[in-house]
Design a protein around this ligand. Structure first.
Ligand code: G1P
Ligand code: ZN
Length: 544
């Protein structure tokens, strides 16, 4: 095998964000751009020589080319073996599952998650460590530091590998195994959930379901698990063929982008259960018949009902949620007598808690839910968890959520996103808030009095690492809260996220429409942050 050492110069913008390095496809197509980052990964990983790595992606445009490049670079860098998903496909949770199952050294996942794909869309790459989870900041910092000084990379001069057939082959000394991307994941799901009971539910006349894979990676997974293993009728999975550009759609499971599913679930004769997942399969949206479950409520409901599910029947060690996620799960944790951790945005912060068995379930308001079964959030896992609960309880999705509110009170919750606004004024908005939070405590805004205000900082209880500047939070004495952050995954300009939450214990007020219930807080957010002025937008791009 001939190994070429190619001279290169550093790019200054290869700093991984909330979830890996994410850029437009055209940026990744610049000569040496992908190679520099991949070499920076290999250079930063101590002891990766001779080890096994897992490789795959969400099937978006540039996935196949990137995989061929990475295979050749891995061989040139002395990696021992690569397990790659057939067709270059691995959903993010499946990649995590396979890293853990094969005790691999780590994995490289190619995805820009919920960002649009295609030649004009986005691409992304991230490194996951031995526990199957996203690399912690000290690893991503090291990769970034390396990317700033890199002057060459190594690549083997060999032919492309055929990714479409299961096979075992070699590139030089390195073994390459093209593996079934679905089977190990589906088996893990079978070990956690009561498939017999879910099969019974689906078989009965009184239950129907619809899953929308948004032409993204969960298509083959959902068809295999829901239609083949659980007996749902063919066609239950809609938009189930993964496409390189996701059919031109935005593969983000929310009420705006998953419009096909929303149409089905809010029509007359809607099915009883609906779900969607994102580009790389780690997000989920859960719907009942004409009913939307917020991700924050979903986490709380799963926690409250986990004892009904075989994989969790022995109890939960604790739960964790990201800071902007509503406190609905906190109330369940308090009742169960278990700890509830509040972490910064991004799944990587859950890794240590899961490894140390301090948390069993985790969730984020951004349609992410998961558990200690892997080290990523997991869209289909959440779907199966819900189906298992529905099968045991025999109630509708809406009844389960309403009864939950009756027991715990309702946390009204919404996120307002101002996407792709100008970066400088958005940064200024955040700076202004940051400099004013110190004096906010005790301040009154109409009926609201500030209980606390800060820029969230997190000290990891396991390794003591500190992550600061994680979002401005302003809490009021009545338990309501406004949070401001800038997105760490956007690729154009800046995206301002405003998170709004209020708490209503009185069940007679639980049917108020969410935006109406939050209206006073929405107005207050404008008053405090002057969002219109700094974003030059009259209203948010997306409300979830
Ligand atoms: C967003 C979500 C965050 C999630 C991440 C990756 O990050 O808000 O919860 O972990 O995508 O899916 P953000 O763009 O807000 O930095
Ligand atoms: Zn994702």
């Amino acid at each position: 095998m001939d190994i070429r050492t190619v001279s290169t110069t550093p790019f200054s913008d290869q700093k991984p964000g909330t979830s890996g390095l994410r850029k437009s496809v055209t940026v990744f197509q610049k000569p040496h751009y992908l190679e520099n980052f991949v070499q920076s990964i290999f250079d930063s990983l101590e002891g990766c020589q001779g080890q096994t790595l897992v490789l795959g992606g969400d099937g978006r445009y540039y996935n196949r080319q990137a995989i061929q490049t990475i295979l050749k670079m891995a061989a040139a860098n002395g990696i021992g073996r690569i397990l790659v998903g057939r067709g270059g496909i691995l959903s993010t949770p499946a990649a995590s599952c396979i890293i853990r199952k094969y005790k691999a050294f780590g994995g490289i996942i190619l995805s820009a998650s919920h960002n649009p794909g295609g030649p004009d869309g986005d691409f992304g790459i991230k490194y996951n460590i031995t526990n199957g989870g996203p690399a912690p900041e000290k690893v991503t910092e090291a990769i970034y530091a390396r990317s700033k000084v890199i002057d060459s990379y190594k690549i083997a001069d060999v032919a492309d590998i055929n990714l479409d057939k299961l096979s075992v082959s070699r590139i030089g000394e390195m073994g390459v195994e093209v593996i079934d991307p679905v089977e190990p994941y589906a088996r893990l799901m079978e070990s956690l959930f009561d498939f017999d009971r879910i099969r019974e539910l689906i078989k009965g006349d009184s239950f129907s379901l619809c899953m929308d894979s948004l032409h993204a990676v969960t298509g083959p997974y959902a068809k295999n698990i829901l239609e083949q293993r659980l007996g749902a009728p063919g066609g239950t999975v809609q938009n189930g063929e993964p496409l390189e550009d996701f059919g031109g759609g935005h593969p983000d499971p929310n009420l705006v982008y998953a419009h096909d599913l929303v149409e089905v679930m809010f029509a007359d004769n809607a099915p009883d259960f609906g779900a969607a997942s994102d580009g790389d399969g780690d997000r989920n949206m859960i719907l009942g018949n004409k009913f939307f479950v917020t991700p924050s409520d979903s986490l709380a409901v799963l926690t409250a009902n986990a004892h009904l599910v075989p994989g969790y029947k022995d109890g939960l060690s604790g739960v964790a949620r990201s800071m902007p996620t509503s406190a609905a799960v906190d109330r369940v944790a308090a009742k169960l007598g278990i700890d509830c951790y509040e972490t910064p945005t991004g799944w990587k912060f859950f890794g240590n808690l899961l490894d140390a068995d301090k948390a069993t379930l985790c969730g984020e308001e951004s349609f992410g839910t998961g558990s200690n079964h892997v080290r990523e959030k997991d869209g289909l896992w959440a779907v199966l968890f819900w189906l298992n609960i529905l099968a045991v309880k025999g109630e509708s999705v809406e009844d389960i959520v309403r009864n939950h509110w009756q027991t715990y009170g309702r946390n009204f919750y919404s996120r307002h996103d101002y996407e792709e606004v100008a970066k400088e004024p958005a940064t200024e908005l955040m700076e202004r808030l940051r400099s004013s939070v110190g004096e906010m405590k005790g301040k009154k805004f109409g009926a609201y009095e500030v209980d606390y205000a800060d820029d969230f900082s997190y000290t990891d209880p396991i390794d003591g690492s500190v992550s600061s500047k994680q979002g401005i939070r302003i809490g009021f004495t009545d338990g309501s809260r406004i949070v401001f952050r800038l997105s760490g995954t956007g690729t154009k300009g800046a995206t301002l996220r405003v998170y709004l939450e209020s708490y209503e214990p009185d069940a007679s007020k639980h049917s108020v429409e969410t935006q109406a219930a939050l209206k006073p807080l929405i107005d207050l957010a404008e008053e405090i942050a002057q969002i219109r002025k700094f974003t030059e937008r009259e209203e948010p791009t997306v409300i979830t």
